[in-house]
Design a protein around this ligand. Structure first.
Ligand SMILES: C[S@@+](CC[C@H](N)C(=O)[O-])C[C@H]1O[C@@H](n2cnc3c(N)ncnc32)[C@H](O)[C@@H]1O
Length: 318
């Protein structure tokens, strides 16, 4: 479906539509080319992640990936290598489940903003399993339109009605006003803000702006910002992973490691410097919850070594 909407209006059409709806945020110049950055071009990576997650037991991941044609939508990025595929499936299942595990540490929070939502199924699952949950999915306009349609179709396929507690609001994380509009979709109280799979695409200045916007929001509402993609997922000498990064960069114009910190300690210092209290939770904490481990044929020590270096941070505004 995402592929279909791209086919109908094309990337240029998507971008034109995006510009009509969204004010241009600050600091959008590409460092190397000096041209304006088109964040909407990062969109296809959401289909790639949906494809990886479809190989796990994450609720609705397989159905949503089918709905959007995730495998064919990500064909230009996928590297034909079974070891890399196995590692990616484990890594992105672990990332998703680690975010869920961190959110469970905040049982008092029942209002959520997921930005970017991409093709994450978290909102659908959480609003179905707890009637108290209010959930706003945010992403750039074109992406959010594709997501909203895919979710509506999935719910219709199940013969159900869409819950009012799952809401959609177009928002750019670099735009404070759009974030406030998203927060207005929720009743008052502390908010869990989830940013999975975007920060590694943003440079330090962009991360500073995003973090400043979220800090402002948390200062007024209370709650927590749960973030991932702080350091590199794959080893620097992994040639097939380099190929995957190359494919992503060519397709989107964005490198998926631009925004990676050299270490988790460096990441901690960065966010502490911006006024956050940082809680560091390692991916290895969810190892026993991963469904993709058996099929991966990776040994448990390989998986442990691979996941231990990756973290999910829970940030509270001081
Ligand atoms: C790798 S995907 C991750 C999506 C989702 N969080 C997941 O884990 O499946 C990156 C997403 O970031 C979105 N995106 C890119 N730039 C953005 C921005 N400035 N503000 C909000 N979303 C953005 C893209 O549209 C895309 O959906």
């Amino acid at each position: 479906m995402y592929e279909a909407s791209l086919r109908v209006i094309g990337v240029r059409g998507l971008l034109r539509r995006l510009r009509e709806w969204l004010p241009v945020p600050r600091l959008l110049k590409h460092e190397k080319t000096g041209r304006q950055k088109d964040y909407a071009n990062i969109g296809p990576t959401a289909a790639l992640i949906a494809y990886y997650r479809s190989c796990s037991d994450i609720p609705f991941a397989r159905q949503l990936a089918y709905e959007i044609g995730a495998e064919s939508a990500s064909r230009q990025m996928i590297v034909d290598d079974s070891l890399l595929l196995a590692k990616a499936i484990v890594a992105f299942e672990a990332r998703f489940k680690s975010v869920d595990a961190v959110l469970r540490r905040y049982p008092g929070i029942t209002r959520f903003i997921e930005i970017p939502a991409g093709f994450s199924t978290r909102g659908l699952t959480m609003t179905r399993s707890n009637p108290c949950v209010e959930y706003v999915e945010c992403d750039l306009e074109a992406m959010l339109t594709a997501k909203r349609r895919a979710v509506a179709q999935l719910i219709a396929d199940m013969g159900e009605r869409q819950s009012d507690s799952l809401r959609f609001q177009a928002a750019n994380i670099l735009d404070p006003d759009q974030l406030h509009l998203a927060a207005h979709e929720l009743s008052s109280g502390p908010i869990g803000i989830i940013t999975e799979g975007l920060l590694s695409y943003l440079n330090r200045d962009e991360k500073r702006i995003a973090a400043g916007n979220i800090h402002q929001l948390l200062k007024s509402c209370g709650g927590v910002w749960v973030i991932t993609d702080l350091t590199r997922v794959f080893a620097t000498n992994d040639a097939r992973a380099a190929e995957l990064r190359h494919n992503i960069s060519v397709l989107t114009g964005f490198s998926p490691i631009t925004g990676c910190f050299n270490s988790l300690e460096e990441a901690r210092r960065f966010f502490e410097g911006l006024g956050f209290r940082v809680h560091d939770y390692r991916r290895s904490e969810v190892i026993d919850k991963l469904s993709a481990v058996a099929a991966s044929r990776l040994t448990s020590s390989e998986i442990l070594a691979f996941l231990e270096t990756q973290a999910t941070f829970a940030l509270e505004a001081e």
